[in-house]
Design a protein around this ligand. Structure first.
Ligand SMILES: NC(=O)c1ccc[n+]([C@@H]2O[C@H](COP(=O)([O-])OP(=O)(O)OC[C@H]3O[C@@H](n4cnc5c(N)ncnc54)[C@H](O)[C@@H]3O)[C@@H](O)[C@H]2O)c1
Length: 384
């Protein structure tokens, strides 16, 4: 099957590489010729690096590049069986693209969006045949990140969803099924990793390096929340939080932090601008954490309790299955453990007690315990 990719930015280029590596003919389109040139030369660099490291041989690398063609005209997508859109995150523009695509591709072609935050139902509504539309959400960088969220819209045909999922599985990815709700699984469940770390910082309980140290050393996360926000970009991370917050009708659980908004406004975006929570120039000095285990454990318990509560609530509202929620966080953002498995290890009653302690301290809806955890504690049951 020939695969069409619309948008040759970071995501489109990565997805094209994945599809071509799996043996498909791929065509990428972009409105900007320069974006296509960049995509082509970046892929060549990646392939050279893989050859140097001995990960692929030259013939394979040449094949991967030769199977991808580049165009500025979506009409060249006429013979594609699946088209994945990865353009700018703007609903009106995406709808226009889907509407026009339908006039080009065959009647049984599947149309997918890689959107991180828009509703698949609203994108599908632009089509004459919305049942052929599905969300296929890759993570950045697409060739390296194992997880792909598959998001059926309420209009999607079951067979379309099954076909799309099977195809992505065949590309060697781990797929999880998520309900068409803001942030799907990962971008919803992960919010407290950033938000609660920022809240702890704003309250003055601990500083940036101490919070990062605690989450890495005591909890086993690969990166601390502030290191990760600097890596993602404070502008990007802030926008995701704000989008999720608004999309949930201003649920205080997702409220963004002024600290991050100001960093973003100041242009302290993180690694890409040389300064964020940390500095990244050549002689930058990393501030030392306060390696106080009692304080570290307090930080970990609070952030992990909030993460578990979010994962439990996603399960409570049937956003995804128990296994998919845990897989999403371990494969999509490399968490050291699935959060629901972690809840079992801590003990469900203890998770409830931690949430209730926060709630009684602050009397904010942000700290409300998921009804699922409370019910499970009452019934003495666990997730696994
Ligand atoms: N960057 C991430 O971490 C990430 C992760 C998962 C999903 N996403 C989603 O993937 C999509 C793309 O994100 P990105 O980071 O690759 O963006 P990007 O800015 O790197 O690339 C977008 C590309 O789309 C092109 N484009 C814009 N309008 C177009 C049109 N009408 N037709 C064809 N091409 C058009 C632009 O010229 C640009 O090259 C967004 O919906 C985003 O939410 C991004």
């Amino acid at each position: 099957m020939k695969i069409g990719i619309i948008g040759s930015g970071a995501m489109g280029s990565g997805i094209a590489q994945v599809a071509s590596t799996a043996g498909h003919e791929v065509i990428i389109s972009d409105t900007r010729e320069t974006a296509l040139d960049t995509s082509r030369s970046k892929l060549a660099k990646i392939m050279n690096r893989l050859i140097e490291k001995g990960r692929v041989d030259e013939a394979t690398a040449t094949g991967i590049q030769a199977r991808i063609s580049y165009t500025t005209d979506n009409k060249d997508m006429a013979d594609c069986g699946l088209v994945i859109e990865a353009i700018v995150e703007n609903l009106d523009i995406k709808k226009q693209v889907f509407k026009s695509l339908e006039e080009i591709v065959s009647s049984d072609a599947i149309l997918a969006s890689n959107t991180s935050s828009l509703s698949i139902a609203s994108i599908a509504s632009a089509c004459e045949r919305p049942e052929r539309v599905v969300g296929i959400h890759f993570f950045n960088p697409a060739p390296l990140m194992k997880l792909v969220e598959i998001i059926p819209a309420i209009q999607s045909d079951e067979q379309v969803v099954a076909t799309a999922r099977q195809l992505i599985d065949d590309w060697g990815k781990t797929t999880v099924l998520a309900k068409d709700t803001p942030g799907f699984i990962v971008n919803r469940v992960a919010r407290p990793f950033y938000g609660e770390a920022l809240r702890i910082l704003e309250e003055g309980i601990a500083d940036v390096p101490t919070i990062d140290w605690a989450m890495k050393t005591l909890a086993g996360f690969r990166m601390g929340p502030f290191e990760l926000m600097d890596y993602i970009g404070n502008d990007v991370n802030y926008t995701v939080t704000e989008t999720v917050f608004k999309a949930f009708w201003y649920d205080p659980r997702y409220k963004p932090a002024f600290t991050q908004k100001r960093l973003s406004e100041a242009g302290y975006l993180g690694r890409k601008t040389g300064k964020g929570y940390y500095e990244y120039h050549e002689n930058a000095i990393r501030p030392e954490p306060v390696k106080d285990e009692a304080l570290g454990n307090q930080i970990v318990q609070r952030i992990v309790a909030m993460l578990i509560n979010e994962a439990a609530d996603a399960s409570f509202l049937n956003i995804a299955s128990r296994d998919d929620i845990d897989l999403a966080m371990t494969r999509g953002v490399n968490y050291p453990k699935g959060l629901l498995q972690w809840a079992d290890e801590i003990g469900i009653a203890e998770c409830v007690a931690r949430m209730d302690a926060l709630y009684h301290e602050y009397l904010e809806d942000r700290y409300r315990c998921s009804p699922l955890l409370r019910r499970m504690a009452r019934d003495g049951v666990s997730f696994y």
